[in-house]
Ligand binder design. Structure first.
Ligand code: SF4
Ligand SMILES: [Zn+2]
Ligand SMILES: [Zn+2]
Length: 338
């Protein structure tokens, strides 16, 4: 490894070279550089309004490296400039004690940093959890290809929907103005390419460091790690001693999305900076054009007839999905009829 770019100051050898610029950095300068890039994203896209006395950030933590690193970096760069708390959604994944251990490691970091930690238990709300949904999936997809099964969309799809809904629900009911999530550049590039493959211009137009739409009842979701590669997060968690759960969720599977991600990583390995250029240039050049193409009626906002939460539909997608799942779970005697 060459010398650190700031060798005169630190007299250290580099431990890594930046993915998109090749800049060599020692451990200390790497950690500081990552933090400064996250702060730059926050400032450039005005993700947090430091002038607003009501601004209050909820960090969605899962115990994984992304959200644990996000919490650590935000704690470092925000330095109490804005109130920050953390929420863990207990979704009920029991193989390898996954949910139990995830909660423990997330709580440990919050305690170490002095960040208030909250838990919302999905089973307490709906009467079932991911283990039950997984059981249902096994029945509904028996002998069939998962990707072609219309009745079961895969564990991650339900898990994501439940988490998004309850994070927003908790934030709304507890006065948070922003929800920060650990989505990183690799996630964003993968999503963008995947949406491009299906020519989903509406989803593409929504991709950005903030989902801010100024809609009452939908708390703005912000992604401070938007321009940080997943590989850089792994290094940050290693050099910064960020505690996180090293094991993978047993329901992760080999989704099409993961295959797109692997392909992109291959391209990145011989064309350094591909993901960065793709996401950054999309944000600057294409997204403003695509945003203008969304029809007005898709932007109309309602209150869900079932749960009262804000939605673009009559009944929100959470309630529709939850209802369908409940019917199937009862039909196959995985849960009792209520
Ligand atoms: S891998 Fe899928 S099911 Fe497991 S925690 Fe992540 S989103 Fe949920
Ligand atoms: Zn250095
Ligand atoms: Zn609803």
């Amino acid at each position: 490894m060459p010398k650190c770019k700031f060798y005169r100051e630190c007299q250290s050898q580099a431990v890594t070279q930046m993915q998109h610029t090749n800049m060599p950095l020692c451990k200390t300068h790497f950690l500081r550089y990552m933090e400064s890039r996250v702060m730059k994203t926050i400032e450039t896209y005005k993700l947090i309004n430091f002038q607003d006395p009501d601004e209050k950030v909820l960090v969605a933590v899962s115990g994984g490296k992304d959200s644990q690193t996000l919490l650590t970096i935000l704690h470092q760069v925000l330095k109490n400039k804005v109130p920050m708390e953390a929420l863990y959604i207990e979704i009920g994944i029991s193989p390898d004690s996954y949910s139990h251990d995830s909660e423990k490691v997330a709580k440990q970091l919050c305690d170490d940093l002095g960040v208030p930690f909250h838990v919302l238990n999905v089973h307490d709300r709906v009467g079932y959890d991911m283990d039950k949904i997984h059981q249902l999936g096994k029945i509904l997809t028996r002998g069939k290809s998962r990707s072609k099964n219309k009745r079961f969309r895969g564990e991650c799809s339900y898990c994501g929907l439940f988490k998004r809904y309850y994070i927003n629900f908790f934030a709304i009911h507890n006065g948070f103005t922003k929800v920060a999530t650990g989505h990183n550049l690799t996630d964003e590039a993968t999503q963008l390419l995947s949406n491009f493959f299906s020519v989903d211009t509406e989803l593409m137009s929504r991709a950005g460091p903030s989902t801010s739409r100024g809609v009452e009842g939908l708390v703005d979701r912000i992604k401070p790690l938007f321009y940080i590669y997943e590989t850089e997060l792994i290094l940050y968690s290693y050099y910064g001693n960020v505690p996180h759960l090293p094991t993978e969720c047993a329901y992760a599977g080999d989704s099409p999305m993961i295959r797109v991600k692997r392909s992109l990583e291959k391209v990145e390995s011989f064309r350094r900076g591909t993901m960065m250029n793709m996401v950054r240039d999309f944000q600057k050049q294409l997204r403003p054009i695509l945003s203008k193409t969304i029809p007005e009626e898709k932007q109309a906002v309602n209150k869900c007839k079932k749960c009262g939460m804000t939605t673009y539909l009559e009944v929100c997608s959470f309630c529709r999905t939850e209802n369908r799942l409940r019917e199937d779970l009862q039909k196959y005697h995985i849960i009792e009829e209520s």
